[in-house]
Design a protein around this ligand. Structure first.
Ligand SMILES: [Zn+2]
Length: 320
């Protein structure tokens, strides 16, 4: 936050320009005339800034002091919406850009409830529970869970937000999803609207590139383990009762060995790293004829094999 010596005429924001405001904040060419008390009440950072900054230097055009912020105008709008119209914080659903602004601005200006509310929603998608992740990722490329909808590719921005907010919880899964992006996107980042680019820092890119071959090896191990059909028939007194099931297991094994149709992001290469993705679609498609007991066995095996990887995720990604 700085005080300008000279600023050009500002474009007045249409929603947050109050005639009785007592400070103008600006970013680029846009200005918001708002109330110091509203910012100070929620944000220790603004409170301290206003306390040490003299209230003289009134800009005659606006009738109050002007403060330049370095934040993206979209983030400022979303911050003001949260502070002035707090009910939006409890809105049932929010898009990723809204949640990202809460975390970014909440962390920067020390508005803890804003940051934590955003993190809770992010962490419901990039979660620490594999079964929840199966639900979150049910309709790719959209991910949705508690009060948030985001796109698969928002994983890069999520890693950066977790770094900014200094939290570990969303990090392993968000970084795992980064590994399944096409390499160009992984290296260059994602361009959002109005010139904002989200890119991983070099250390995190290296972590992803190092993890990918490990995921490929583990994926092959899972395929081999699930395709070993004898494992499902252990313990049956009479295998002959499950002759239908044996044929279905073989069809499923062939489908699993043939691999996934493609990655979620449409990149035919990306699927080979997506080791956590369930084989349930192949099981359902080829599993006609399985008895209920055999079906349960192979569904459980799919979860069990993926769980082994899930538990190692932070280590595989070089996060601990
Ligand atoms: Zn059976």
């Amino acid at each position: 936050m700085t005080r300008p010596n000279e600023i050009e005429d500002l474009v007045r924001d249409e929603n947050f320009w109050f005639d009785d405001g007592n400070v103008v904040i600006t970013s680029g060419t846009i200005g918001w005339k708002i109330h110091k008390s509203v910012l100070s009440r929620s944000s220790p950072a603004f409170r301290e800034f206003f306390a040490v900054t003299p209230t003289d230097g009134i800009d005659q055009r606006y009738g109050c002091p002007v403060v330049i912020l370095e934040d993206h105008p979209d983030d400022i709008r979303l911050l003001l919406r949260a502070l002035y119209d707090g009910r939006h914080l409890r809105a049932a659903w929010a898009r990723f850009n809204v949640i990202a602004a809460w975390v970014r601005m909440g962390a920067k200006y020390r508005i803890d409830d804003l940051r934590d509310g955003g993190l809770r929603r992010l962490e419901s998608c990039f979660c620490d529970n594999m079964y929840q992740w199966d639900l979150v990722s049910y309709e790719p490329p959209e991910l949705r869970f508690y009060g948030i909808t985001l796109h698969w590719r928002d994983c890069i921005a999520t890693v950066n937000l977790a770094r900014i907010a200094n939290t570990q919880s969303a990090l392993p899964l968000a970084m795992y999803v980064c590994c399944t992006l096409d390499t160009r996107t992984l290296l260059n980042g994602i361009e959002y609207t109005r010139g904002r680019v989200e890119k991983l820092d070099e250390a995190d890119i290296v972590r992803c590139l190092d993890a990918r071959p490990k995921f490929m090896v583990l994926q092959q191990q899972i395929v081999d383990n699930l395709a070993r059909v004898e494992r499902y028939l252990d313990g049956y007194p009479d295998i002959g009762d499950h002759a239908h099931c044996m044929r279905a297991f073989r069809r499923i094994a062939d489908a699993i060995r043939a691999g996934r149709p493609s990655a979620w992001n449409g990149d035919p290469e990306g699927g080979k790293y997506d080791v956590l993705q369930s084989w349930k679609p192949a099981i359902e498609k080829e599993g006609a004829g399985l008895c209920e007991l055999c079906r349960e066995k192979i569904i459980a095996a799919d979860a069990e094999e993926r769980m082994k990887v899930w538990l190692q995720l932070p280590k595989l990604l070089g996060l601990r």
